[in-house]
Design a protein around this ligand. Structure first.
Ligand code: KG4
Ligand code: ZN
Length: 346
């Protein structure tokens, strides 16, 4: 067992990290593309792919230099192989393949969602399987029982928008620019959530899933009505989103079977109000609550390197072949039943 180099490039962050088997993050660098995408109010896939091409190799070299290491010193190279914007994923994965080929080190192709799902164990050595994971990011909103490495049971997903997407669209409606989540959270802190009535889609529903499209449309109508302060709209949106998340999560706690903890991961897990509410729900349910530090919640390469460490530690570990393909879609639980919104009528 040795140090794993991780590479992440599935969205708008190019990142590299070196993580030890003892959970030490030896070095990590993240090059954000916020400036490139800001004029468009969202991530432009072609611009993202080009930016990854320019940055990934210099970033890996700089990360190794920060640690005073060479490629020959690492035990394996882990890279995001999907899901995500396919151009960016291909850039990171093909770079990892080239480094693996040149150095003779094993390649480990990581599911980006698995990176998020296992990131809490990087931050918290005590966190044992199985745990209930709320994975909330720009592209996903899922409740998953993590039974072990590579063993995931999806209990719920969104039938329309991801939660981070809802934050980003609310930011756009309020003219807060990109990236939206942190801006909405800052503005919400100055607002009164009770001042604007907003819906809570699927609250109390027997169906386990999430829905945020109706909430987003209601935010748009509230803004168009020109009757409310922007800060109140932001606060009301955030509270409605949190109410939905709490309702769906408590339903999942009841359905999950025995778990050691409630865990939140993904970019939206950086939201302090969300973390506080989930912590309270866990306490009320007699569960430990684990939320990784903010820098491990948003996209990063340390979580990819750590997922590589977890894979390396599995009995019967086998490296991935160098011709493994990048995947735009890659569900963590391929056996999960399809939901309405995914071509299924309900
Ligand atoms: O996990 P992540 O970095 O990238 C994806 O894999 O999608 O998540 C990014 C998402 C964005 O939608 C962003 O607006 C949201 O996480 N986000 C937040 C906060 N920080 C990031 N949403 C709410 N509050 C925040 N503080
Ligand atoms: Zn992510």
């Amino acid at each position: 067992m040795g140090i794993v180099l991780g590479i992440e490039s599935s969205c708008d962050e190019t990142a590299a990290a070196l993580v030890g088997p003892d959970r030490a993050i030896i070095a990590q660098r993240i090059a954000s593309q916020d400036e490139e995408h800001r004029p468009y109010g969202g991530v432009v896939p072609e611009i993202a792919a080009r930016a990854h091409v320019e940055r990934v190799i210099p970033l890996v070299e700089a990360t190794l230099a920060d640690a005073g290491l060479r490629l020959a010193d690492v035990a394996a190279i882990a890279a995001t192989a999907g899901p995500g914007l396919i151009g960016g994923v291909m850039v990171g994965l093909v770079s990892a393949k080239a480094l693996a080929l040149a150095s003779g080190k094993p390649l480990i192709a990581i599911n980006h969602l698995e990176g998020h799902a296992l990131s809490p164990r990087l931050a918290d050595p005590e966190l044992a399987f199985p745990y209930l994971l709320l994975l909330v990011s720009g592209g996903h909103c899922q409740l998953i029982v993590v039974d072990g490495v590579g063993r995931y049971r999806r209990l719920a997903t969104t039938i329309d928008d991801a939660l981070g997407e809802a934050f980003d669209k609310t930011a756009k409606i309020l003219g807060l620019g990109y990236p939206g989540g942190p801006a909405v959270e800052r503005m919400a802190a100055a607002g009164d959530a009770r001042a604007v009535p907003l819906p809570r889609p699927l609250l109390g529903s027997a169906e386990p899933h999430f829905s945020f499209a109706g909430l987003k449309s209601a935010v748009l109508r509230a803004k168009d009505a020109a009757a409310y302060a922007d800060a109140d709209i932001a606060a009301a949106f955030q509270q409605a989103a949190i109410d939905c998340v709490l309702d769906r999560t408590s339903r999942a706690i009841a359905a999950a079977g025995p778990v050691t903890a409630l865990v939140v991961a993904g970019g939206v897990a950086a939201n302090q109000a969300m973390r506080a509410s989930l912590g309270a729900l866990a306490a009320a349910s007699g569960l430990r609550f684990v939320a990784p530090p903010l820098a491990l919640c948003t996209d990063n390469a340390a979580m990819i390197a750590w997922a590589g460490q977890e894979r390396l530690a599995q009995p019967g570990f086998a490296p991935d072949p160098l011709d493994i393909a990048a995947r735009p879609r890659w569900p963590l639980d391929p056996d999960a039943a399809p939901v309405r919104g995914a071509g299924v009528k309900a």
